[in-house]
Ligand binder design. Structure first.
Ligand code: MG
Length: 164
């Protein structure tokens, strides 16, 4: 179908920023994760540049699409509004589900495979806000911890390309 639908990038960005903020996640928290990851490789780059890169990366349409879907599924699962068996699978963060990691990996890969390597690392170590989300038992956080890791990893990929 061809119509005049105009993709609402600005609305998507605003939705994502607000939905992340509602979970205590800001671009500053994400930038801090990347800063700690990359500091040893890029000792001259200051935190401010990571923050600017994070805001920039968060405007990417592919990222916005994946984050919107991810956060919405967490929200619906928290409110018990998903159909079964998806409700139980998402609510229990079943290890063999994998869609959360798939969406996060796609984000991490926006700037190439360096992001994928970094995603693997943050997924194991769960630094900063990712660990906090992982331990939060008040709501379903099956997708958000992965996508935050994916965003942090994409920022690492962007900066690695810029300075290598
Ligand atoms: Mg997960």
């Amino acid at each position: 179908m061809i119509d005049s639908f105009k993709y609402p990038d600005t609305k998507a960005y605003e939705y994502v920023v607000a939905a992340l903020a509602a979970k205590g996640v800001t671009y500053k928290e994400i930038a801090k994760i990347t800063y700690e990851l990359q500091q040893q490789f890029l000792p001259d780059i200051e935190l401010k540049e990571y923050e600017e890169a994070t805001i920039d990366v968060m405007h990417k349409r592919e990222l916005l699409n994946n984050v919107m879907v991810s956060l919405y599924l967490d929200k619906m699962a928290t409110e018990h509004k998903l159909d079964e068996p998806l409700q139980s699978i998402v609510a229990h963060d079943a290890g063999v589900f994998g869609v959360d990691e798939t969406l996060a990996l796609q984000i991490a890969n926006i700037y190439g495979s360096i992001g994928v390597t970094n995603y693997g690392h943050v997924d194991r170590v769960k630094p900063g806000i990712i660990g906090k989300l992982d331990r939060d038992r008040d709501s379903v956080n099956t997708f958000i911890d992965d996508v935050v890791g994916g965003i942090a990893a994409a920022v690492a990929g962007k900066l690695a390309h810029k300075y290598s």
